[in-house]
Ligand binder design. Structure first.
Ligand SMILES: Cc1cc2nc3c(=O)[nH]c(=O)nc-3n(C[C@H](O)[C@H](O)[C@H](O)COP(=O)(O)OP(=O)(O)OC[C@H]3O[C@@H](n4cnc5c(N)ncnc54)[C@H](O)[C@@H]3O)c2cc1C
Length: 361
């Protein structure tokens, strides 16, 4: 069996790693160039996700892409600060990672065995009359053309959904948007807050996230609804900084620090494909469904989907409906995620803006 994976991100690499361990050949097609640096979000991984990552990498060495954290801080539902310690979890730490460094780490492990084509353009698919995809044609970073046949196709292109958006509608559950800058230098301001733990603070029109990232800068993100127009306004650094100064807690971790990078808007909406898999393709990670960054579950889902679907391919190699159990599990877990997301937002009832009204039961 030959599998083509679109996207050498977290989900695509995790899937490729499990496939080669099971002896299944795969090829990855990646749109961006190798080592293309992008914004460093400073993603938080709770202990269970750190454990999953160690199991997949067969190593607890995380220092090339992340650092240990021992809890998270939040101001949510009341004006004070709560600290959730990881001391009673297994492992007793989470990770603050650079997704891009993690992906580099995965790609280095894969590179001797799995062909990864970078910077691909002009991608086209051929199908049989029964709707099964047979071949993919593309040109690579140096302009050479390729045409490759495969038995199964995996969409791991994140929110781009290169393959699956051709075959499925996308369902939107909100329009959350992140306005993010990753270049704040560290402040020396005196505060009772931990500089090492990430912090979430709710405000009347959304919430803030800040964490010290892998490059030892501070990432600061403001979450709002796309339709309220805030994300457009705060792309001006002076307005972004002014909004930070109006917070009670984020301000204390940023005050006096110099803001170096521009502010970029990203969709952080909760969305799901109507059809996560059909015929001989399936979507994994963010391509299948996206979750609110508040849940810190995006990387976990990407790792778990990659590993789980690789096993499904091995176990059901001769079955025409390889993906049905996998798809059912994602549908069920997304239903649970939505109800958990609603219960977290319902803990905050101090504000009356449309952002919070939309999130109240
Ligand atoms: C602001 C923000 C903060 C977040 N914070 C956290 C957090 O704290 N903790 C957490 O767990 N998660 C967090 N997430 C979510 C997390 O980043 C994602 O869920 C996770 O990266 C999804 O991994 P993926 O592999 O599915 O997709 P991606 O990481 O998006 O990888 C997709 C890959 O596909 C490639 N690609 C795209 N289009 C094509 C194409 N046409 N052809 C070929 N390749 C293509 C891309 O270049 C990329 O390499 C956050 C997300 C946002 C927006």
């Amino acid at each position: 069996m030959v599998v083509i994976i679109f996207g050498a991100g977290v989900a695509g690499c995790a899937c490729a790693l499990e496939l080669i361990r099971k002896g299944i050949g795969c090829i990855i097609i990646e749109k961006s160039n190798a080592n293309q640096s992008t914004l460093d979000f400073g993603e938080t991984l709770p202990p269970e996700s750190s454990l999953l990552l160690s199991e997949l990498l067969l190593s607890e060495k995380h220092d090339t892409f992340g650092k240990k954290i021992f809890g998270v801080q939040s101001s949510w539902g009341h004006a004070g600060i709560d600290t959730r310690s990881f001391s009673s979890s297994i492992p007793s730490y989470g990770l603050l990672i650079s997704k891009f460094k993690l992906v580099d780490h995965f790609r280095n492990i894969l590179s001797p065995t799995v062909p990864i084509y970078y910077g691909v353009r002009k991608v086209s698919l051929s199908e049989k009359s029964n709707g099964h995809i047979t071949d993919v044609s593309f040109s690579d970073i140096v302009g050479s053309s390729h045409s490759i046949s495969a038995d199964f196709f995996i969409d791991a292109t994140g929110r781009h959904r290169f393959l699956s958006r051709r075959y499925s509608k996308i369902q939107h559950y909100d329009r959350l948007i992140a306005s993010l800058s990753d270049g704040f230098t560290h402040t020396t301001a005196n505060t009772t807050l931990s500089h090492d733990m990430s912090l979430i603070e709710s405000i009347n029109t959304g919430w803030w996230y800040t964490a010290s990232n892998f490059s030892d800068k501070r990432v600061v993100a403001r979450f709002s609804d796309a339709h309220d127009g805030i994300a457009r306004k705060i792309k001006a650094p002076s307005i972004f900084l002014q909004q930070i100064s109006e917070t009670s807690w984020v301000n204390q971790l940023v005050e006096g620090g110099e803001e170096l990078n521009k502010i970029t808007n990203f969709s952080a909406a909760s969305t799901k494909l109507k059809n996560i898999g059909l015929k001989n393709w399936v979507a994994i990670g963010d391509a299948a469904r996206t979750v609110d960054p508040l849940s810190s579950q995006g990387i976990h889902n990407a790792l778990l989907d990659g590993a789980t679907f690789a096993k499904a391919l091995v176990e059901y190699e001769d079955n025409s409906n390889i993906q049905s159990q996998f798809v059912e599990e994602i549908e069920q877990s997304y239903f649970n995620y939505l109800s958990k997301r609603d219960s977290v937002y319902s803990l905050e009832n101090r504000w009356s803006s449309s952002f919070w009204q939309l999130r109240q039961p």
